[in-house]
Design a protein around this ligand. Structure first.
Ligand code: 13P
Length: 248
């Protein structure tokens, strides 16, 4: 059985007072049949860990460097994230692929570094609108998955997030058939590469997940949760998404 995961990616949003939403989530979901993860910006991680203490809410980072240490001004290593008590790291988000030119190989190296630090890597993949309209979405997904997921990945060390770029922050989502088709493909590809163990790897959908569409998305086969951007910034929006996942 795959344990469901509601993950929030705050991107470059949030503040110390904004972390009060974690206390609200703690009160609303003292026990939850699914995992809840919040990934605030790096300077807020320690505060977020203090806020989440004593609760089952996991805290993760949004990126890491592929090297363990060195002259990389402005970066942080996976070991540093693990050392403060965070448990997950997002790698290969399309915003980083686009803004910083991150390649599949670099994303795989970051995921490998995360595994070495005992962090769970949430590897993001997803096609652009142009690729979707050209009928290339499935090929793009296959290529990104093969190149971004490192060898030796396991259900404990890897979560894959399918985030179509055109659905991020736009309010548009793919059809349920399109989401199901991509998630089935990801499951098959992981199975071909990792064998039976792939059945336990969690697959998240991300891109304009809101309380209003969460139930339909979570009803799909091979959707084990969501990677939520804007709607993860407040308990008011994130809590009903957690509830929808718990009920799915
Ligand atoms: P939105 O939920 O704001 O569309 O963002 C999705 C996302 O990019 C999560 O990583």
């Amino acid at each position: 059985m795959r344990r469901k995961l509601a993950a929030g990616n705050w991107k470059m949003n949030g503040s110390i007072p904004g972390l009060d939403m974690i206390s609200e989530l703690k009160l609303k979901h003292p026990e939850c049949p699914c995992d809840v993860l919040l990934c605030p910006p790096t300077p807020l991680l320690t505060h977020a860990l203090q806020n989440s203490a004593g609760s089952p809410i996991f805290i993760g980072a949004q990126d890491c460097h592929s090297e363990a240490k060195g002259a990389f001004t402005g970066d942080h290593s996976a070991a540093m994230i693990a050392e403060i008590g965070a448990t997950h790291v997002i790698v290969g988000h399309s915003e980083r692929r686009e803004a910083y030119g991150e390649t599949d190989a670099q994303v795989a190296a970051k995921a490998r570094a995360a595994h070495e630090a005992d962090l769970t890597a949430i590897v993001c993949i997803g096609e652009s609108l142009e690729q979707r309209e050209a009928g290339e979405a499935l090929d793009v997904i296959k290529t990104q998955l093969a190149g971004s997921v490192p060898d030796g990945s396991t259900a404990a060390s890897l979560v894959v997030a399918y985030e179509p770029i055109w659905a991020i922050g736009t309010g548009k989502i793919p059809t349920m058939e399109q989401i199901a088709e991509v998630h089935a493909l990801i499951r098959t590809e992981l199975g071909a590469r990792f064998g039976e163990d792939a059945a336990d790897i969690r697959l998240l959908y991300g891109g304009s997940v809101k309380p209003a569409n969460a139930t339909d998305i979570f009803a799909l086969d091979n959707v084990d949760g969501a990677l939520v951007g804007g709607a993860s910034l407040s308990a008011e929006d994130f809590s009903p998404i957690i509830e929808a996942l718990a009920a799915s």
